[in-house]
Design a protein around this ligand. Structure first.
Ligand code: PLP
Length: 392
Protein backbone atom coordinates (compact mmCIF):
# COMPACT_ATOMS: atom_id res chain seq x y z
CA UNK A 1 0.00 0.00 0.00
CA UNK A 2 1.22 3.53 -0.80
CA UNK A 3 0.02 6.15 1.65
CA UNK A 4 0.91 9.75 0.87
CA UNK A 5 0.70 11.84 4.04
CA UNK A 6 2.93 14.75 3.04
CA UNK A 7 0.28 17.00 1.53
CA UNK A 8 1.56 20.11 3.30
CA UNK A 9 4.79 19.74 1.34
CA UNK A 10 2.87 19.36 -1.90
CA UNK A 11 -0.27 17.70 -3.25
CA UNK A 12 -1.09 15.47 -6.19
CA UNK A 13 -2.76 17.45 -8.96
CA UNK A 14 -6.46 16.85 -9.52
CA UNK A 15 -6.93 14.70 -12.66
CA UNK A 16 -9.00 17.51 -14.20
CA UNK A 17 -6.13 19.94 -13.56
CA UNK A 18 -3.56 17.65 -15.17
CA UNK A 19 -5.79 17.20 -18.22
CA UNK A 20 -6.39 20.94 -18.54
CA UNK A 21 -2.67 21.74 -18.32
CA UNK A 22 -1.94 19.14 -20.99
CA UNK A 23 -4.57 20.63 -23.27
CA UNK A 24 -3.41 24.19 -22.62
CA UNK A 25 0.24 23.50 -23.38
CA UNK A 26 -0.76 21.73 -26.61
CA UNK A 27 -3.29 24.23 -27.92
CA UNK A 28 -3.04 27.57 -26.12
CA UNK A 29 0.67 28.13 -26.03
CA UNK A 30 0.69 31.66 -27.45
CA UNK A 31 2.03 34.56 -25.43
CA UNK A 32 -0.96 36.25 -23.77
CA UNK A 33 0.61 39.65 -24.52
CA UNK A 34 0.71 38.95 -28.28
CA UNK A 35 -1.72 41.01 -30.31
CA UNK A 36 -2.85 38.26 -32.69
CA UNK A 37 -5.87 36.07 -32.13
CA UNK A 38 -3.87 33.23 -30.57
CA UNK A 39 -2.47 35.69 -28.03
CA UNK A 40 -5.94 37.01 -27.30
CA UNK A 41 -7.16 33.46 -26.78
CA UNK A 42 -4.37 32.83 -24.25
CA UNK A 43 -5.21 36.12 -22.56
CA UNK A 44 -8.83 35.01 -22.26
CA UNK A 45 -7.71 31.85 -20.42
CA UNK A 46 -5.61 33.98 -18.11
CA UNK A 47 -8.63 36.13 -17.31
CA UNK A 48 -10.79 33.07 -16.62
CA UNK A 49 -8.12 31.68 -14.29
CA UNK A 50 -7.80 35.01 -12.48
CA UNK A 51 -11.55 34.99 -11.79
CA UNK A 52 -11.36 31.44 -10.44
CA UNK A 53 -8.35 32.10 -8.19
CA UNK A 54 -10.13 35.23 -6.94
CA UNK A 55 -12.89 32.91 -5.65
CA UNK A 56 -10.41 31.46 -3.16
CA UNK A 57 -9.93 34.91 -1.57
CA UNK A 58 -13.47 36.19 -2.23
CA UNK A 59 -11.68 38.96 -4.11
CA UNK A 60 -12.15 40.86 -7.34
CA UNK A 61 -10.10 39.59 -10.25
CA UNK A 62 -8.08 42.86 -10.44
CA UNK A 63 -6.81 42.10 -6.94
CA UNK A 64 -5.05 38.88 -8.01
CA UNK A 65 -1.45 38.98 -9.29
CA UNK A 66 0.19 35.77 -10.50
CA UNK A 67 3.73 34.83 -9.50
CA UNK A 68 6.02 31.83 -9.91
CA UNK A 69 5.30 30.46 -6.40
CA UNK A 70 4.10 31.33 -2.92
CA UNK A 71 7.64 32.28 -1.93
CA UNK A 72 7.77 34.91 -4.66
CA UNK A 73 4.37 36.29 -3.67
CA UNK A 74 5.48 36.76 -0.04
CA UNK A 75 8.80 38.29 -1.13
CA UNK A 76 6.89 40.66 -3.39
CA UNK A 77 4.64 41.69 -0.51
CA UNK A 78 7.39 42.14 2.09
CA UNK A 79 10.08 43.80 -0.01
CA UNK A 80 7.41 45.85 -1.78
CA UNK A 81 5.98 47.34 1.42
CA UNK A 82 9.47 47.84 2.91
CA UNK A 83 10.55 49.78 -0.18
CA UNK A 84 7.34 51.77 -0.55
CA UNK A 85 7.25 52.88 3.08
CA UNK A 86 10.94 53.12 4.01
CA UNK A 87 10.71 56.87 4.54
CA UNK A 88 7.73 56.56 6.83
CA UNK A 89 9.11 53.90 9.17
CA UNK A 90 11.26 50.82 9.57
CA UNK A 91 9.42 48.57 11.99
CA UNK A 92 8.05 45.25 10.73
CA UNK A 93 6.16 42.92 13.05
CA UNK A 94 5.99 39.21 12.33
CA UNK A 95 5.87 35.91 14.21
CA UNK A 96 8.61 33.48 15.18
CA UNK A 97 6.81 30.58 13.47
CA UNK A 98 6.62 31.83 9.88
CA UNK A 99 7.68 29.82 6.85
CA UNK A 100 11.20 30.61 5.52
CA UNK A 101 9.50 32.43 2.60
CA UNK A 102 8.74 35.17 5.16
CA UNK A 103 11.54 34.61 7.70
CA UNK A 104 14.34 34.99 5.16
CA UNK A 105 13.20 38.24 3.48
CA UNK A 106 12.77 39.69 6.98
CA UNK A 107 16.29 38.63 7.91
CA UNK A 108 17.55 40.40 4.81
CA UNK A 109 15.64 43.56 5.66
CA UNK A 110 17.02 43.43 9.20
CA UNK A 111 20.50 43.44 7.69
CA UNK A 112 19.50 46.60 5.81
CA UNK A 113 18.53 48.37 9.02
CA UNK A 114 14.84 47.51 9.39
CA UNK A 115 13.61 46.88 12.92
CA UNK A 116 12.04 43.42 12.80
CA UNK A 117 10.00 42.27 15.83
CA UNK A 118 9.21 38.56 15.98
CA UNK A 119 6.29 37.70 18.23
CA UNK A 120 6.60 34.47 20.22
CA UNK A 121 4.12 31.61 20.29
CA UNK A 122 2.41 29.59 23.00
CA UNK A 123 2.31 25.77 23.34
CA UNK A 124 -0.33 25.62 20.60
CA UNK A 125 1.64 27.91 18.29
CA UNK A 126 -0.69 30.88 18.78
CA UNK A 127 0.98 34.29 18.73
CA UNK A 128 1.22 36.38 21.89
CA UNK A 129 -1.44 38.97 21.04
CA UNK A 130 -0.50 41.31 23.88
CA UNK A 131 3.12 41.38 22.70
CA UNK A 132 1.86 42.05 19.18
CA UNK A 133 -0.38 44.87 20.33
CA UNK A 134 2.39 46.57 22.26
CA UNK A 135 4.88 46.19 19.39
CA UNK A 136 2.74 48.33 17.07
CA UNK A 137 4.02 51.92 17.06
CA UNK A 138 4.15 54.90 14.72
CA UNK A 139 7.25 53.49 12.96
CA UNK A 140 5.45 50.27 12.03
CA UNK A 141 4.92 49.83 8.30
CA UNK A 142 4.09 46.14 7.98
CA UNK A 143 2.67 43.23 9.95
CA UNK A 144 3.18 39.78 8.44
CA UNK A 145 1.63 36.81 10.24
CA UNK A 146 0.75 33.54 8.53
CA UNK A 147 -2.86 32.31 8.31
CA UNK A 148 -2.12 28.64 9.04
CA UNK A 149 1.13 27.26 10.42
CA UNK A 150 2.55 24.68 8.02
CA UNK A 151 4.16 22.46 10.66
CA UNK A 152 1.46 22.07 13.29
CA UNK A 153 -1.64 23.46 11.55
CA UNK A 154 -2.59 26.20 14.02
CA UNK A 155 -5.08 28.64 12.51
CA UNK A 156 -3.81 32.09 13.44
CA UNK A 157 -6.04 34.95 14.69
CA UNK A 158 -5.77 36.84 11.40
CA UNK A 159 -9.14 38.54 11.70
CA UNK A 160 -8.19 39.91 15.14
CA UNK A 161 -4.75 41.08 14.01
CA UNK A 162 -6.34 42.81 11.01
CA UNK A 163 -8.83 44.58 13.27
CA UNK A 164 -6.01 45.62 15.60
CA UNK A 165 -4.07 47.07 12.67
CA UNK A 166 -7.04 48.97 11.28
CA UNK A 167 -7.99 50.35 14.69
CA UNK A 168 -4.40 51.58 15.18
CA UNK A 169 -4.33 53.14 11.70
CA UNK A 170 -7.65 54.90 12.31
CA UNK A 171 -6.59 56.25 15.71
CA UNK A 172 -3.09 57.36 14.65
CA UNK A 173 -3.38 58.30 10.99
CA UNK A 174 -0.85 55.60 10.02
CA UNK A 175 -1.01 53.29 7.00
CA UNK A 176 0.33 49.98 8.40
CA UNK A 177 -0.08 47.16 5.88
CA UNK A 178 -1.06 43.64 6.96
CA UNK A 179 0.20 40.65 4.97
CA UNK A 180 -0.68 37.03 5.61
CA UNK A 181 0.92 33.93 4.11
CA UNK A 182 -2.16 31.79 3.51
CA UNK A 183 -0.43 29.07 1.51
CA UNK A 184 -1.70 26.34 3.88
CA UNK A 185 -5.16 27.88 4.16
CA UNK A 186 -6.15 28.62 0.56
CA UNK A 187 -8.64 26.03 -0.67
CA UNK A 188 -9.24 24.68 2.85
CA UNK A 189 -10.50 27.74 4.71
CA UNK A 190 -12.76 30.49 3.46
CA UNK A 191 -10.31 33.42 3.07
CA UNK A 192 -12.89 36.16 2.81
CA UNK A 193 -11.19 39.41 1.82
CA UNK A 194 -14.54 41.18 1.95
CA UNK A 195 -15.67 39.63 5.25
CA UNK A 196 -13.52 38.16 8.04
CA UNK A 197 -10.27 39.19 6.30
CA UNK A 198 -11.40 42.66 5.24
CA UNK A 199 -8.59 44.23 7.26
CA UNK A 200 -5.92 42.14 5.53
CA UNK A 201 -4.17 43.94 2.67
CA UNK A 202 -1.97 41.26 1.11
CA UNK A 203 -2.54 37.48 0.99
CA UNK A 204 -0.20 34.83 -0.41
CA UNK A 205 -1.40 31.63 -2.08
CA UNK A 206 0.32 28.76 -3.91
CA UNK A 207 -1.20 26.35 -6.44
CA UNK A 208 0.64 23.17 -5.52
CA UNK A 209 -0.82 23.00 -2.00
CA UNK A 210 -4.37 22.66 -3.34
CA UNK A 211 -3.95 20.04 -6.07
CA UNK A 212 -2.72 22.56 -8.63
CA UNK A 213 0.68 22.61 -10.35
CA UNK A 214 4.03 23.50 -8.81
CA UNK A 215 5.64 26.80 -9.76
CA UNK A 216 2.51 28.98 -9.70
CA UNK A 217 1.51 31.37 -6.94
CA UNK A 218 -0.61 34.44 -6.40
CA UNK A 219 -0.63 37.56 -4.31
CA UNK A 220 -3.94 39.17 -3.41
CA UNK A 221 -3.39 42.94 -3.27
CA UNK A 222 -6.25 44.97 -1.83
CA UNK A 223 -7.60 47.51 -4.29
CA UNK A 224 -5.90 50.88 -3.85
CA UNK A 225 -2.65 49.50 -2.36
CA UNK A 226 0.29 50.14 -4.69
CA UNK A 227 3.46 48.07 -4.47
CA UNK A 228 6.73 48.50 -6.33
CA UNK A 229 7.63 45.39 -8.36
CA UNK A 230 10.27 42.84 -7.45
CA UNK A 231 10.87 41.98 -11.10
CA UNK A 232 10.98 44.71 -13.73
CA UNK A 233 10.68 44.05 -17.43
CA UNK A 234 7.82 43.77 -19.87
CA UNK A 235 5.24 45.03 -17.39
CA UNK A 236 3.00 41.95 -17.21
CA UNK A 237 0.55 41.62 -14.33
CA UNK A 238 -0.17 45.34 -14.57
CA UNK A 239 3.46 46.16 -13.98
CA UNK A 240 3.73 44.36 -10.65
CA UNK A 241 5.30 41.16 -11.95
CA UNK A 242 7.09 41.17 -15.28
CA UNK A 243 7.72 37.94 -17.14
CA UNK A 244 5.52 36.00 -19.56
CA UNK A 245 2.72 34.37 -17.62
CA UNK A 246 2.66 30.58 -17.27
CA UNK A 247 -0.80 30.38 -18.85
CA UNK A 248 -1.16 26.59 -18.60
CA UNK A 249 -0.04 26.46 -14.97
CA UNK A 250 -2.16 29.45 -14.03
CA UNK A 251 -5.19 27.82 -15.68
CA UNK A 252 -4.48 24.72 -13.60
CA UNK A 253 -4.33 26.92 -10.49
CA UNK A 254 -7.68 28.45 -11.45
CA UNK A 255 -9.38 25.09 -11.90
CA UNK A 256 -7.85 23.65 -8.71
CA UNK A 257 -9.09 26.65 -6.71
CA UNK A 258 -12.55 26.38 -8.23
CA UNK A 259 -12.78 22.65 -7.43
CA UNK A 260 -11.55 23.19 -3.87
CA UNK A 261 -13.96 26.03 -3.21
CA UNK A 262 -16.94 24.18 -4.69
CA UNK A 263 -16.37 21.30 -2.29
CA UNK A 264 -14.85 23.20 0.61
CA UNK A 265 -17.11 21.86 3.37
CA UNK A 266 -17.21 18.25 2.19
CA UNK A 267 -13.43 18.15 1.77
CA UNK A 268 -12.84 19.73 5.19
CA UNK A 269 -15.25 17.27 6.79
CA UNK A 270 -13.50 14.30 5.21
CA UNK A 271 -10.04 15.51 6.22
CA UNK A 272 -11.21 16.30 9.75
CA UNK A 273 -12.63 12.78 10.07
CA UNK A 274 -9.36 11.24 8.85
CA UNK A 275 -7.17 13.49 10.99
CA UNK A 276 -9.19 12.69 14.12
CA UNK A 277 -9.08 8.97 13.33
CA UNK A 278 -5.30 9.17 12.98
CA UNK A 279 -4.93 11.19 16.19
CA UNK A 280 -7.26 8.96 18.21
CA UNK A 281 -5.60 5.83 16.84
CA UNK A 282 -2.13 7.04 17.81
CA UNK A 283 -3.31 8.23 21.24
CA UNK A 284 -4.93 4.87 22.01
CA UNK A 285 -1.97 2.80 20.76
CA UNK A 286 1.03 4.68 22.13
CA UNK A 287 2.12 6.29 25.40
CA UNK A 288 4.62 9.14 25.85
CA UNK A 289 3.47 11.19 22.94
CA UNK A 290 2.54 14.84 22.57
CA UNK A 291 -0.08 15.99 20.08
CA UNK A 292 1.40 19.24 18.82
CA UNK A 293 -1.55 20.28 16.64
CA UNK A 294 -4.40 22.09 18.39
CA UNK A 295 -7.85 20.51 18.40
CA UNK A 296 -9.20 23.38 16.29
CA UNK A 297 -6.25 23.44 13.87
CA UNK A 298 -6.47 23.03 10.10
CA UNK A 299 -8.10 19.74 9.04
CA UNK A 300 -5.09 18.60 7.01
CA UNK A 301 -2.28 18.59 9.60
CA UNK A 302 -1.48 16.38 12.57
CA UNK A 303 1.91 16.88 14.22
CA UNK A 304 2.88 14.38 16.91
CA UNK A 305 6.00 14.01 19.07
CA UNK A 306 6.98 10.43 19.88
CA UNK A 307 9.35 10.93 22.77
CA UNK A 308 12.06 8.33 22.95
CA UNK A 309 12.20 7.88 19.20
CA UNK A 310 13.75 10.06 16.51
CA UNK A 311 11.41 11.60 13.92
CA UNK A 312 13.79 11.14 11.04
CA UNK A 313 14.25 7.46 11.82
CA UNK A 314 10.49 6.89 12.10
CA UNK A 315 10.05 8.68 8.77
CA UNK A 316 12.43 6.31 6.99
CA UNK A 317 10.99 3.27 8.73
CA UNK A 318 7.46 4.25 7.64
CA UNK A 319 8.75 4.72 4.12
CA UNK A 320 9.69 1.04 4.01
CA UNK A 321 5.97 0.32 4.59
CA UNK A 322 4.98 2.70 1.78
CA UNK A 323 3.96 5.57 4.08
CA UNK A 324 5.28 9.05 3.27
CA UNK A 325 5.37 11.66 6.05
CA UNK A 326 7.71 14.46 7.10
CA UNK A 327 9.46 15.68 10.21
CA UNK A 328 8.34 19.28 9.65
CA UNK A 329 8.57 21.71 6.79
CA UNK A 330 10.13 20.23 3.64
CA UNK A 331 11.56 23.66 2.84
CA UNK A 332 13.61 23.91 5.99
CA UNK A 333 14.39 20.26 6.66
CA UNK A 334 18.07 20.77 5.83
CA UNK A 335 18.47 23.95 7.84
CA UNK A 336 16.73 22.49 10.86
CA UNK A 337 18.86 19.35 11.11
CA UNK A 338 20.83 20.50 14.13
CA UNK A 339 18.53 22.63 16.28
CA UNK A 340 15.25 21.08 15.18
CA UNK A 341 12.14 22.84 13.95
CA UNK A 342 12.06 26.60 14.66
CA UNK A 343 8.29 26.26 15.12
CA UNK A 344 8.49 23.57 17.81
CA UNK A 345 11.34 25.51 19.43
CA UNK A 346 9.18 28.65 19.51
CA UNK A 347 6.41 26.54 21.13
CA UNK A 348 9.00 25.67 23.81
CA UNK A 349 8.78 21.93 23.36
CA UNK A 350 11.51 19.86 25.01
CA UNK A 351 14.47 18.61 22.98
CA UNK A 352 13.08 15.07 23.06
CA UNK A 353 9.69 16.26 21.86
CA UNK A 354 11.31 18.20 19.03
CA UNK A 355 13.55 15.28 18.01
CA UNK A 356 10.62 12.88 17.98
CA UNK A 357 8.20 15.00 15.91
CA UNK A 358 6.42 13.78 12.81
CA UNK A 359 4.03 15.80 10.63
CA UNK A 360 1.24 13.80 8.99
CA UNK A 361 -0.52 15.92 6.38
CA UNK A 362 -3.66 14.70 4.69
CA UNK A 363 -5.75 15.35 1.64
CA UNK A 364 -9.21 14.26 0.62
CA UNK A 365 -7.60 11.47 -1.40
CA UNK A 366 -6.66 9.59 1.78
CA UNK A 367 -8.91 6.81 3.09
CA UNK A 368 -9.82 5.39 6.50
CA UNK A 369 -8.06 2.17 5.52
CA UNK A 370 -4.84 4.07 4.87
CA UNK A 371 -5.15 5.81 8.22
CA UNK A 372 -5.64 2.52 10.11
CA UNK A 373 -2.67 0.99 8.29
CA UNK A 374 -0.59 4.07 9.21
CA UNK A 375 -1.55 3.83 12.88
CA UNK A 376 -0.45 0.19 13.02
CA UNK A 377 2.87 0.92 11.26
CA UNK A 378 3.57 3.96 13.45
CA UNK A 379 2.96 1.83 16.56
CA UNK A 380 5.34 -0.86 15.29
CA UNK A 381 8.06 1.63 14.34
CA UNK A 382 7.91 3.69 17.54
CA UNK A 383 7.80 0.66 19.83
CA UNK A 384 10.68 -0.91 18.00
CA UNK A 385 12.88 2.17 18.25
CA UNK A 386 11.95 2.74 21.85
CA UNK A 387 12.96 -0.86 22.64
CA UNK A 388 16.26 -0.43 20.84
CA UNK A 389 16.59 3.02 22.18
CA UNK A 390 19.33 4.50 24.06
CA UNK A 391 17.44 7.60 23.34
CA UNK A 392 14.69 7.75 25.93
N1 PLP B 1 4.37 29.40 2.96
C1 PLP B 1 3.97 28.28 3.56
C2 PLP B 1 3.21 28.36 4.85
C3 PLP B 1 4.28 27.03 3.00
O1 PLP B 1 3.89 25.90 3.62
C4 PLP B 1 5.01 27.00 1.79
C5 PLP B 1 5.40 25.70 1.19
O2 PLP B 1 5.82 24.80 1.88
C6 PLP B 1 5.37 28.21 1.18
C7 PLP B 1 5.03 29.39 1.80
C8 PLP B 1 6.14 28.24 -0.09
O3 PLP B 1 5.31 28.07 -1.21
P1 PLP B 1 5.97 27.75 -2.61
O4 PLP B 1 6.51 26.36 -2.53
O5 PLP B 1 4.87 27.89 -3.61
O6 PLP B 1 7.03 28.77 -2.82
Amino acid sequence: MKVYLDNSATTREFDEVRELIYEMTGSFYANPSSLHSMGLEAEKHLKTARKKVALGFNADEEEIFFTSCGTEASNMAIFGVAEAKKRRGRRIISSAVEHPAVLEPLKKLEGLGYDVVRIGADKECRPDMEALRSAINENTILISVMAVNNEVGTIMPIKEIGEMKSAYNAANGTDIVFHTDAVQGLGKLPLDSKGGLRNVDLITGSAHKLHGPKGVGALYVRKGLRLPPLLSGGGQERGLRSGTENVAGISGFGLATELCMLNLNARAEKMTFLRNRLRDGIVSELKDIRINSPEDGICSILNVSFTGARGEVILHELETSGIFVSTGSACSSNKNRKSGSHVLNAMKLSKKEIDGAIRFSLSEFNTAEEIDYTVSKVKEAVERFRRLGSFR
